[in-house]
Ligand binder design. Structure first.
Ligand code: AKB
Length: 319
């Protein structure tokens, strides 16, 4: 029987992953934790506790008390926010990961860890289109540097101590349940909320900033598929490229216009433009497909339709 700890359960990924894991493994088997309150279904649908991953003493007691066998560590400061507090972001992103790696090295019951990396490991010198799995990685953001260092550490812990950590280089993730917080790809979430609320959106990225994106359901399925894949099928122990779909703000706005014909978009790029310009426009995910059968269900049309419906329902409920 698995006992699963999710760290960062109140966040954009965590709040949906907890629900999916509880469906699969049983509500009582999935322990949701965060430093803040989470959405109602996360807090009431199974065990929930306030826990700070930087508090290694409490973390070890928690893991032993609940006989934890798997950890999903999702807590991080994202790219945009990290540029505002570089040293703090580095400290939070790295110390939390190293705490967990060390814990897994010591506690035999912990069999598997999931830790997300990001397209942010790439930088301005990386080939921008169809970015290969193995290529130049010279990130120029503190978030990207922390993700690249994290990839090196997880591979090191696997090779040196046999700690089984699995990881995906997430593209921009799009969902309506919990609004994104502090990332460069957040425009692709905000645009739906503003489209439904106001019929217009001011994008902080330029019209032609093409980036890889993915609907949350596809990301959650990919995450669980990777965690359940046979160890011997995994040819790499750093982090897998996953592509999703690539589009820019203008293309997404045109897709929204099919549903809201009067929708208007304008563009006021801010400091996040430079981050977006340093990231790939599209990704080659053939290694993930070959190793563990990565697949997706959402194209830009289905994603747009589902987001608009989800956002409308969410805002109606809140009224
Ligand atoms: C961000 O924009 O910082 C994240 C990411 C791509 O890792 N969504």
């Amino acid at each position: 029987m698995e006992n699963i700890l999710v760290i960062g359960a109140a966040g954009q990924i965590g709040s949906e992953l907890v629900v999916a894991l509880r469906k699969r493994y049983g509500a009582e088997q999935v322990f949701a934790t965060d430093i803040k309150q989470a959405p109602e279904d996360v807090m009431n649908g199974g065990p929930f506790e306030i826990l700070d991953v930087l508090d290694s003493n409490r973390l070890i007691h928690f893991v032993i008390r609940h006989k934890i066998t798997q950890i999903y560590h999702l807590a991080a400061v994202l790219s945009g926010n990290a540029e505002k507090i570089p040293m703090q972001a580095w400290d939070i992103n790295m110390r939390s990961l190293l705490n967990i790696l060390d814990l897994a090295k010591e506690v035999e019951a912990i069999k598997k860890i999931f830790w997300p990396s990001s397209i942010a490991v790439f930088g301005p010198t990386t080939p921008r289109f169809n970015t290969p799995q193995f290529t130049i990685t010279e990130p120029n953001t503190v978030y990207g540097i922390s993700k690249l260092a994290g990839e090196r550490w997880i591979e090191y812990y696997y090779n040196r101590y046999g700690v089984d950590v699995r990881s995906l280089r997430y593209p921009g993730l799009i969902s309506y349940k919990t609004e994104a917080g502090g990332g460069t790809t957040d425009y692709a979430v905000e645009i739906f909320f503003d489209a439904v609320r106001n019929g217009s959106y001011t994008s902080f990225l330029s019209a032609e900033s093409k980036l890889p994106m993915m609907f949350m359901e596809d990301a959650i399925n990919a995450t669980i598929d990777l965690m359940e894949a046979d160890e011997e099928n995994l040819s790499l122990r750093s982090s897998y490229n996953i592509a999703g779909i690539s589009f820019d703000p203008r293309e997404l706005a045109l897709e929204i216009k099919k549903h809201i014909p009067d929708f208007r978009i304008d563009y006021k790029p801010d400091f996040r433009q430079a981050i977006a310009d340093s990231w790939p426009a599209s990704i080659d995910d053939s290694v993930a497909k070959a190793d563990w059968g990565l697949k997706y269900n959402y194209g830009i049309d289905k994603l747009t339709e589902t987001m608009l419906e989800g956002v409308r329902n969410k805002l109606n409920k809140a009224d």
